[in-house]
Design a protein around this ligand. Structure first.
Ligand code: TRP
Length: 453
């Protein structure tokens, strides 16, 4: 194989891994999806369940995947092949590559909207009496404009992946993540300093558990998977660029912590402003594209903050999209001996084409609806990927480590490399029992609530 003979590329340092993986985790999931999921599922109660899901399922699985990657020095398909030769377990890796394909295909649609809104928000905040729902609808129901932005976004993603692990992924994550953090802080200060912001804080921080159903639980778990980039091998792939002596427990805890903090902070940037200006929080996927521009339009210096917000969203999306394209490309590089540039360009193009129907779901294919889901095509991609494929991938990789490859081996592997704290019995218990049982029960409850009830 071309690649292994030259030796595998590794992160230049520990911060590189942390920022790249945090860049993958922090994305549209935190700034677009988390706030509207919270808004749709009743506010703080959803957040509490989400945090429990992160602790009991999210973090253990991030460690799980990272170990598989570092131990095998391979991306998902190769990792399972290396650790369980001559068995069908590589199919779990293949499911991951497939899921990455699906997620990236619609992810770039929303990312494209974010790019377009960097200038659309200027029009939206400076035109008197404009209908913000209409502006958004006008954008997504036009055929070409969203597809062009989707293509522009994909070109950025391809060019970063084509430049390699250190020169592409690590370099851009290290540049973009601090900017993202700074922008977020600026937006929070603006939001909570508006008169009337308190109502938003109350809504965001006071849990009401009366509305919690199976759908809420599945919503929280799907959000945990999506936000942490879990269940399809991003952490296997990024873990495979760790050197065998690199530390895992603390680095991964830092990544999970950063992702959770940014999601919570995004809520602080959005809800106080939404309430202060008299809007409702339950707008669904349109929350950041309809409600927020309306908020910016009424806020002092709203134009500047509006542009900053969509720059923030675009940056967050970019450092996540690269991780999705990396998993898919790494499969070709590791397993088929492809050259990196060729893999990135070809897969990027194919995924772009697969995403076109998701974009046209608001125009040409607007009549489509999957039986029982009552959503548009893009949300259908999203639902299958996040409510089925990712939890399934997480479930199978937990079973693999807990029962097939062996929890003991995994613990030894996790703890190699000096660390402030180590992984032990609690982690094994979570991986062997809590994670599989919770995933199965929650998936069953959510599917029942969605299709049967
Ligand atoms: N976590 C990213 C976000 O929050 C999206 C993402 C990137 C992702 N890679 C992934 C989601 C892998 C699931 C699986 O926007």
């Amino acid at each position: 194989m071309i690649n292994s003979s030259k030796g595998r590329e590794h992160w230049a340092n520990r911060v590189g891994f942390i920022l790249a993986a945090a860049g993958s985790a922090v994305g549209l999931g935190n700034i677009w999806r988390f706030p509207y999921m919270t808004g749709e599922h009743g506010g703080a109660a959803f957040i509490v369940i989400y945090l429990i899901a992160i602790l009991l399922i999210g973090y253990p699985l991030v460690v799980n995947e990272t170990i598989l990657g570092r131990a095998s020095q391979k991306s998902p398909v190769g990792a399972f092949k290396a650790l369980a030769p001559n068995s069908p377990w590589w199919l779990v890796g293949a499911l991951g590559v497939f899921t990455g394909f699906v997620i990236l295909s619609y992810y770039i649609v929303v990312a494209g909207w974010s790019f377009a809104y960097i200038y659309k928000v200027i029009i939206a905040t400076t035109t008197q009496g404009i209908d913000h729902a209409q502006v958004f609808k006008g954008h997504i129901t036009s055929v070409w404009e969203p597809i062009i932005w989707q293509a522009v976004f994909m070109l950025f993603t391809i060019s970063i992946i084509a430049s390699g692990v250190v020169n592409g992924i690590q370099r851009w994550s290290t540049i973009l993540m601090p900017i993202l953090f700074l922008l977020l802080i600026v937006l929070i200060i603006r939001g909570i300093s508006l008169p009337g912001a308190g109502a938003g804080l109350t809504y965001y921080l006071k849990p009401d558990f009366s509305e919690v159903t199976g759908r809420t639980l599945l919503g929280a778990i799907s959000q945990a998977f999506f936000s942490l980039s879990l269940g399809m091998g991003v952490f296997i792939t990024y873990g495979s660029y760790l050197k065998r002596k690199d530390e895992i427990p603390v680095s991964t805890a830092t990544i999970v912590g950063l992702d959770t903090i940014v999601a919570l902070l995004a809520g602080f940037a959005i809800f106080p402003a939404v309430f202060a200006l008299g809007f409702a929080p339950g707008a669904g996927p349109g929350l950041v594209f309809i409600t927020l521009p309306a908020v910016f339009a009424q806020m002092p210096f709203g134009l500047i903050f509006g542009v900053l917000f969509f720059v923030l969203l675009g940056i967050a999306a970019l450092t996540s999209a690269i991780s999705l394209l990396e998993v898919v490309s790494a499969w070709l590089i590791d397993e088929k001996g492809w050259e990196r540039k060729k893999a990135a360009v070809l897969m990027g193009l194919v995924i772009f084409v697969v995403g076109i129907p998701a974009s046209l779901g608001y125009s040409v294919f607007s009549d489509f609806s999957f039986p029982g889901l009552k959503t548009d095509l893009l949300d259908t991609y999203d639902w299958f990927a996040n409510s089925i494929f990712l939890p399934l991938g997480g479930l199978l990789s937990a079973i693999f480590v807990g029962y097939v490859w062996g929890a003991k081996k995994a613990v030894n592997e996790a703890n190699r490399g000096s660390s402030l704290f180590t992984i032990g019995k609690v982690w094994v218990f979570l991986i062997r029992y809590v994670v599989p049982v919770m995933i199965v029960v929650i998936m069953a409850a959510g599917i029942y609530d969605t299709f049967i009830k």
